[in-house]
Design a protein around this ligand. Structure first.
Ligand code: HEC
Ligand code: HEC
Length: 240
């Protein structure tokens, strides 16, 4: 029973893919378009369900026009359709699965863990996304987007799949607990931007001055560490 509903979902995804994605990604997701297509998209063999959920869930896909970077927009597909597309692409080759909900559930994260997430954020993310998570420009008209509206699920998936210029932070590099704490920190930043949202108090009895100092030092360290670590990070080449 489970098997037949799964194969039905895959079949449904295959049809959605043929209509909405194959013009750029090829009829069998092998990449390159089908001849009628406008823009050649990369092969999706092995990108995994997480990449589909991220790309279609943030509205980046289906792309509407070529450009240095494909922007976010309101999602075109329903969550059920996204799951079908993801099941189809995952059926072609193994790749990162959509993370389980508890892996990005931050309701019980402590202040200490948020602070730890802040360290991880400054080490791994601020070089591109800015210490406040507001995003920043990259060479060739590209940019690291602001994280102020990113959901925990998409933050997790972005790390797992490394869209475009972003490195992949696999669960070996940043373990699930690290990712959870980091996500909790980004959510704390998001809440901080709203006047009347949480203040610095939530992070414990740290004065604003000290906090600013920590962020500043963290940024410097983060950039240094990131530059140092960049050389050893492995990146799929087919995503470019
Ligand atoms: C108009 C052409 C076009 C259409 C239609 C399109 N894509 Fe894409 N897709 C691209 C391009 C180009 C890229 C590379 C984007 C980049 O590097 O910014 C891409 C990237 C992706 C990626 C990221 C691959 C990776 O390595 O992480 C996924 C996943 C994806 N597309 C899924 C889809 C799905 C699913 C659909 C259908 C709902 C779709 N795309 C429709 C052009 C397209
Ligand atoms: C080398 C630069 C770079 C680093 C380092 C980097 N990112 Fe990114 N990130 C990007 C780029 C570029 C994109 C946009 C990709 C696209 O649009 O296809 C992105 C996209 C994202 C998104 C999607 C935003 C959205 O809601 O659409 C999230 C979330 C994200 N990054 C989180 C992180 C986190 C967390 C870290 C640290 C663990 C990190 N990034 C490190 C460059 C980077």
């Amino acid at each position: 029973m489970a098997d037949s509903s799964q194969s039905q979902q895959i079949e449904e995804g295959r049809k959605l893919f043929a209509v909405g994605c194959s013009s750029c990604h090829g009829l069998n997701a092998e990449g390159g378009g089908n001849g009628e297509g406008e823009v050649a998209g990369p092969s999706l063999i092995g990108v995994g369900a997480a990449a589909i959920d991220f790309q279609v869930g943030t509205g980046r896909m289906p792309a509407v026009q070529p450009g240095a970077q494909i922007p976010e927009k309101p999602p075109v597909y329903t969550q059920a359709e996204i799951e079908a597309l993801a099941a189809y692409v995952a059926s072609l080759a193994p790749g990162p699965a959509v993370p389980a909900e508890e892996s990005y559930d931050i309701t019980n994260v402590t202040d200490d863990q948020i602070a730890r997430g802040g360290e991880l954020f400054r080490t791994n993310c601020t070089a591109c996304h800015n210490f406040a998570g507001k995003g920043g420009a990259l060479p060739n008209g590209r940019y690291a987007p602001s994280l102020m509206d990113s959901t925990p699920r998409h933050i997790y998936q972005a790390m797992l799949t490394g869209p475009q210029q972003m490195p992949v932070f696999s669960d070996q590099v940043l373990q699930p607990d690290d990712k959870r704490d980091l996500i909790a920190y980004v959510v704390a930043l998001q809440e901080q931007k709203d006047p009347g949202g949480f203040g610095l108090g939530r992070l414990g009895p740290v004065s604003e001055g000290l906090w600013g100092w920590l962020v500043g030092i963290g940024l410097l360290v983060g950039v240094a560490v990131w530059i140092g670590a960049k050389g050893v990070k492995v990146r799929r080449t087919d995503a470019d």
